[in-house]
Ligand binder design. Sequence first.
Ligand SMILES: Cc1cc2nc3c(=O)[nH]c(=O)nc-3n(C[C@H](O)[C@H](O)[C@H](O)COP(=O)(O)OP(=O)(O)OC[C@H]3O[C@@H](n4cnc5c(N)ncnc54)[C@H](O)[C@@H]3O)c2cc1C
Length: 276
Amino acid sequence: MRQARGAFAVLAGGTDLLLDIQQGRHPVVDTLVDVSNIPELSTIEVYQDHIYLGAGVTHKQIISSQLLLENAQCVVEGCGLIGGPQVRNVATIGGNVSHALPAGDGTISLLALDTQVEIASIGGRRWEPLLEIFAGPGKVTFDRQQELVTRFRFNKRLEREGSTFHRVMRPQGVAIAILNMSGWVKLDDSEHLADVRIACGPAGPKPFRGFETESFLRGKCLDETILMEAARVLDAEVNLRTSKHRATKDYRHSLLPVLLKQVLLLAVSRAKENRE
Ligand SMILES: Cc1cc2nc3c(=O)[nH]c(=O)nc-3n(C[C@H](O)[C@H](O)[C@H](O)COP(=O)(O)OP(=O)(O)OC[C@H]3O[C@@H](n4cnc5c(N)ncnc54)[C@H](O)[C@@H]3O)c2cc1C
């Protein structure tokens, strides 16, 4: 990157970047820095309490990983829905996150696991909460000319924890969900929600975490009334819009409680299965 002459961009699978350049959404560049062949970016590892997921890991590798299936089911489900087999063979999780769309399926699924991201530059490496690297649609807080996303890390799955990812999509053609949602829960001994995380998109200019909904749900036991109340809290904290090619704002609002119920009930049932 330091040696690149003129305007340059980092290239991983190219499934976002090359289309963006071709269709005029990204300035033309003189140099592409291809990071898709760096072995250190392509590993999925467990170390102490964390799972480490390389930025260059493809969606195909993610959905084939037993380690991720056991520890990050929402990520396996989210990445498994991206594109078709050809796209998943080359597209990476680092590219999905760095493209910084509010509804990237990989991004939203990682947010439910409270993921941290490692950013590297010639000066060193640092970890940041994933949510903090987004600055707006397609925009990031790290310096694209000097810094590279290298890894993600999140906690290993413990007993009584479960996660899932759902999305509603137009049947054909458009790569972005009408609405997607990922959830993670931890149950206590009496099957109340000891902790919970909800991420969804597009629900604002950046990938979205429903912190108010999470604090409403914490300590509660799910039933129809709580689900309806939680949906009202979520409805008030998201910022849904009408988009020309996908859906109206009203339609998105009507999907919100449906997705929330599906996500929470499935995550809870997985958490119940996952105990000694
Ligand atoms: C037909 C089709 C269907 C699709 N369907 C979906 C879908 O269902 N859901 C969905 O979320 N997305 C979808 N996408 C979008 C895309 O495939 C994903 O976002 C993919 O994960 C992008 O990864 P990539 O490796 O191809 O990124 P690239 O296109 O190589 O890069 C994307 C951006 O990230 C930057 N970048 C890449 N790697 C790094 C890094 N390590 N550090 C810093 N910056 C980096 C690049 O410079 C660029 O700005 C689809 C795309 C296509 C073409």
